[in-house]
Every structure is written in C-alpha cells, then in structure tokens.
Ligand binder design. Structure first.
Ligand code: FHN
Length: 611
C-alpha cells in the first residue's frame, strides 16, 4: 500500500505483486510442489550465476511507437491501446502493417551476449493480446495475422541455442485487451472486450501457455499484472502447466497467492534486496518498455553499470529492457549503451557473475560483492589520495589487486582498528567502476559502522540506516529514493544510533510523504544517549554527564501522495556532550491505517546567531 503506485495500477494485489511483497506474505498459504532446498538450489543455479539478463518488449505497439492518429499518447509505449482507449478493431489493424523484415534473431542474441547478459526474456503476448509466436489457440498472432508470416520466437529460440543463451517468455495471463473476457486495468473501453474471464482463460491463456511451454525450450516463464480476477483456483489451472517444462523458473506475478521463484521489483533497486528470496529488478533503458519513437531519455552507461553492481551487491539480478522497432531492430542507442556495459563486463564480469550480496551495509565509495574467499570492491568514487579504507572489515587480507590487472600485482594493504586500507594507484582503471579484489581468510566479518556528523556538524539519518522495530514497516527502494514504508502498525517504530563529536543545538528536519487519505497520524521523536554502545562503536572521550531524554512531537499532514516527499522542521534538540546517541520515531496515534513514508531525519547544527 505504501509502494509507489503508477496511475494505471488499479488493484492493490497487483501493486504488491510488483515488488513481490504480497507473494512473500502469501507463500505460507500456498502449497507448492515438494522440492528440497538442494533441488531448488540446483534449479536456480544458472539464474543465480547469470545476474544479468535482457528483457525484450516487442509487439504490435512498436508500429504506432507512441503516436496514434497524429497525437503523442502519454505513458509507456506498450500501453498505447489502453491509454489511448483505441477500439479493438482499429488496434488490430496494426497487424497488417507489422512486417519486421529487419529482424535478425542471431543479431539480437549477439547484442545481449556482447553486453555480458546470460538470458533473454521476451514478450510472447503482452496485454494487447497479440501473440508474437505461431499460436493455434488464436489467429491474433504474428504468423497468421501479419505480412511477416514468420515465428520470430522460434528463430530466437534457435539463435539462443546456437549462442548458448538461456531463453524465457513473458506472458500476460490476466490482462488481455483483445480477447473477450480478458482483464483490462482501468476497465474495458470497448464492448468487444466484454466476456467471461473463465472462457478467456480456457480458450486463450491456458492453451497458449501450453503451447509456449511445449513448443519452445524455455528456462523462464515471466507472468505479469495479476488482477483480482486471478483467484487461487484460476491461478492453479495455469500453475499446473508448469510441469510441462521441468526446471522452469517463474516469477511472483501469476496471482492467486503463488509465490513463484523470484521477486520482481520494477524500475527500482530494493534498499536491502530480499534476503532469503531470489529477486530480479526489471528496468527500462529509457522510460518505456515497448518502442516509442520519441523517448530519448536513455540512462547513461555509468548509471547502468552502477545499477548492475548495486543489484549484485544486494544479491539480485538485473533484467534490462530493450524495445525493438516495428522493423525488428533494437534501437541504436540501446545497442551502443549495452556494448559499453559489455566492455566493462568483459573485464569485471567475475565481480558480478555468481556473486552474492555484500557483507557491508553501506560503503562510502561504492559497493561490494563476494564469492567464497574473495571480496570484490566496486569503487565508484576513486579516492583522491589513493587510500581506500574498507570500513570495519575484520578478516585478514591475504592479497589485494585490481581486477583489471591481469598480472594481479599486489596492492599494499595497511591494517588499523578501522579496517584495512588499500593503497590504490593514482589513476582509476575505469572511471565508472573499478574493481579491487581482496582475497581474505575466512567468511567476511564486518564491525557495524556508526553514523557520524559531517564536517559541518550535520547528522543525516537516512531510511536505509534505520533499525526497524516491528513487523509491518520496512525500508523500500523507489524512484524517489529509499524510505521507510508499509508503516501500518502503530506499534512499529524506527531508530538510529549515531556518534556526536560536535555537541550543540540542532534543528530537526523530517522528510516524509503521505497521501491525503492516510494523513493525521501523530508521532514522537525521542533523543536519548545510547547507554550500551554497540560493539565496535567508539567509547566516550570523557566522563558522562547524563542528559535527560528529549522529545519532539509531530502530526503527519498530507504531502500529496505516497511518493511526494516534503521537508518539515519539527523543532530543536540539544546534545550537550559527545558520544553515541539514539533517535527514535514512534507513532502515538494512527487514525487512518498508516503512519507515513519516512525518508530521512536531519539534525542541523544551530549557528550562534540563530539561537
Ligand atoms: O504493465 C506491464 C508493463 O507494460 C511492463 O510489461 C512491465 C514490465 O515489468 N510489467 C507491467 C507493469 O508492472
């Protein structure tokens, strides 16, 4: 409920399925076929090793490419039929104009391969209901309804086999805006769409899922947008078909409480990953999944590489999308960006493939991934003086070298109580992300690090650093940044421990979001000395003069929506001595079902003239 909702999402079930939370919660209720942990690990092994895949959204929507009857239709390209409320018959006429003669399956697979991607997931049928494979279940497919008269997905399967690439299909099992009875988020807009959902399942979705699982060598089946209509009983009819392809991996978007194998955060990187679950962030290269001729908001190569390292550092996979044109070509900018990522992967692949999540909560200069006996330090910000402190690492470092250095020349390592410091060369081997390999003894052990004041005395307490108390609230990643959300239990609270070296008076600023319908909660912010410093925290420098607890209180006003964050000044606190402090936020009243999405708390030192 606190996830950021885009306008087209109507069902709460759908919203939570999109970051996997609903399915995680429901997994206990759903009986899944018996599989031991060892069997599951074996089935997931290639996928965990892969870490990087290509998503392809390709369908009839590539023909209008974002423009209908001369008007640019807002939103994502593959939604043009729904957003533009295009009648079924008119949209269907696009098929006669869809002739992707420049499609070359080998080329597409090579583009993915050169990028360092290890699997491809392509739309076999998106919400517009048009099958991109030769389906016997409906003539509304690329083989029967277009001048192309080829099955590009068979060609892609052959090319994948030839080039050693895993293949998966996306299938929109619930939404289908063409076949009568199919679901449409926002409701049907054409009588031709009306009908029975069960008939649609029986005559279209079930037979087509059977077809794709039988006729194509699939490693992944990627469901999408389960609506409320996908009850457990209905979902079971689809889930049971999965037996047709042993070893298949599916995601958490079937609906009906089926957890699938993977969580699927969309367009964001979850703050802490999903410990204990396999997960995959899917993301666009620009702002659309399906091709839009005028969307040129491409992510930079640096962003893509940082995202890939960030995701791997949290134990997930990156499924990065391309939206080919109606001629069958992957846009040139996508090809170029992917080639640049591929050049980085050719050198740094070992720091991504088959790695697991970082043992560090946060690193000031980048990210880390690990394999047994090795830490890969992804240095995004190369230290000016050449000294790279690895804060809190307790293991003995047996050797350190740059991954880009084939000779593995040992870098000097100095050890202090703060952790090892690696002496790096003056020049970063890669200005986006240079990887330093540490070979270490034993499993990584890291001392917890404490938040400290900045040089100007400011204390920043971000959502990602909070200790969360309770069951409901959690730190969620989103396009507006990490925040503490899902705060639906008034007993839940959050706290931060931080070190003060420059005591004084501080103005307290809270950055939060709340939609109008949930506003009105009240809360207290409490500041207290940290009595038992956590292991590894700096001891007090001088004798403690205990200071009484201080409290500020506030009321949550509406900020407009769950993802519109605003700053408020809550009041002033005094910290009269250095040492560790704890700041807690606890709700006192929650009249309307939720507290707030809390992004950060900042303590700003009050200058003498402001007092
Ligand atoms: O509605 C779709 C959207 O068009 C796209 O396919 C994405 C990819 O994850 N999935 C749905 C929204 O979650």
């Amino acid at each position: 409920m606190h996830k950021l909702l885009t306008s087209w999402v109507i069902a709460a079930a759908l919203a939570s399925a999109m970051d996997g939370t609903a399915s995680v919660a429901m997994s206990q209720e759903t009986k899944m076929p018996q599989e031991t942990k060892a069997e599951r690990d074996q089935r997931m092994a290639w996928w965990r090793e892969a870490r990087f895949g290509m998503f392809i959204h390709w369908g009839l929507y590539a023909v209008p490419a974002g423009t209908w009857q001369g008007k640019q239709i807002p939103g994502i390209g593959e939604w043009i039929m729904n957003t533009g409320k295009i009648p079924v018959k008119d949209y269907g006429q696009l098929a006669a104009r869809f002739n992707p003669v420049k499609f070359n399956a080998d080329q597409w697979v090579s583009i993915a391969k050169r990028a360092g991607m290890k699997y491809i997931v392509i739309t076999s049928k998106h919400h517009d209901g048009f099958a991109m494979f030769h389906s016997k279940a409906s003539p509304y497919n690329i083989y029967d309804a277009t001048p192309f008269q080829r099955d590009p997905l068979q060609e892609l399967a052959a090319a994948c086999k030839k080039q050693g690439m895993r293949l998966g299909f996306y299938y929109s099992q619930c939404q289908d805006w063409h076949h009568p009875g199919g679901e449409a988020c926002g409701g049907h807009w054409d009588k031709a769409q009306d009908g029975s959902f069960d008939d649609y399942l029986r005559t279209v979705a079930i037979p087509q899922v059977k077809e794709i699982l039988t006729n194509y060598p699939l490693s992944v089946l990627w469901w999408d947008t389960p609506t409320g209509a996908m009850t457990k009983e209905r979902a079971e009819k689809l889930a049971t078909l999965l037996k047709l392809r042993p070893g298949l991996i599916t995601n958490d978007r079937l609906g009906g409480g089926f957890p699938g194998d993977t969580n699927t955060p969309e367009q964001f990187i979850p703050a802490t990953g999903y410990p204990g679950r396999d997960w995959e962030t899917c993301m666009t290269l620009n702002d659309t999944w399906g091709f839009k001729s005028y969307d040129t908001n491409w992510k930079s190569t640096a962003t893509l590489i940082h995202n890939l390292a960030d995701i791997a550092s949290k134990g997930g996979n990156y499924l990065l999308n391309v939206g080919p044109t109606a001629e069958g070509q992957i846009p040139a900018t996508s090809v170029e960006r992917l080639a640049q990522v591929g050049r980085w992967m050719a050198v740094n692949g070992p720091s991504i493939y088959g790695t697991s999540a970082s043992p560090f909560k946060k690193l000031p200069w980048g990210r880390a991934t690990q394999k047994p006996g090795k830490l890969y330090l992804h240095v995004f910000a190369w230290p000016a003086g050449g000294d790279l402190l690895v804060p809190g690492l307790k293991n003995r470092v047996t050797t350190a070298y740059l991954l880009a250095d084939a000779a593995q020349t040992a870098l000097p390592v100095a050890v202090s109580e703060k952790g090892p410091t690696i002496k790096l060369p003056a020049q970063a081997p890669d200005k986006i992300d240079s990887v330093v390999v540490l070979e270490i003894q034993g499993k990584p052990e890291v001392e917890p690090q404490m938040l400290t004041q900045t040089k100007s005395g400011v204390v920043e307490l971000p959502a990602g650093e909070a200790v969360l108390h309770g069951d409901s609230l959690r730190c969620q990643g989103s396009s507006s940044g990490e925040n503490i959300g899902f705060w639906t239990n008034p007993k839940d609270w959050a706290s931060w421990v931080f070190q003060i070296d420059m005591p004084g008076k501080f103005d307290v600023q809270l950055t939060f979001a709340c939609e109008p319908g949930s506003a009105g909660s009240e809360y207290e912010v409490t500041l207290a000395e940290e009595k038992v410093p956590a292991k590894g925290l700096r001891p007090r420098k001088r004798i403690v003069v205990t200071q009484p607890e201080q409290k500020l209180s506030g009321k949550v006003e509406s900020s407009g929506s769950w993802d519109q964050f605003v700053d408020i000044r809550l009041g002033r606190l005094t910290i009269s001595q250095d040492g560790p402090q704890t700041l807690s936020v606890k709700p006192t009243k929650m009249p309307r079902g939720a507290v707030m999405n809390l992004k950060s708390i900042i303590l700003k030192p009050v200058k003498p003239h402001e007092e």
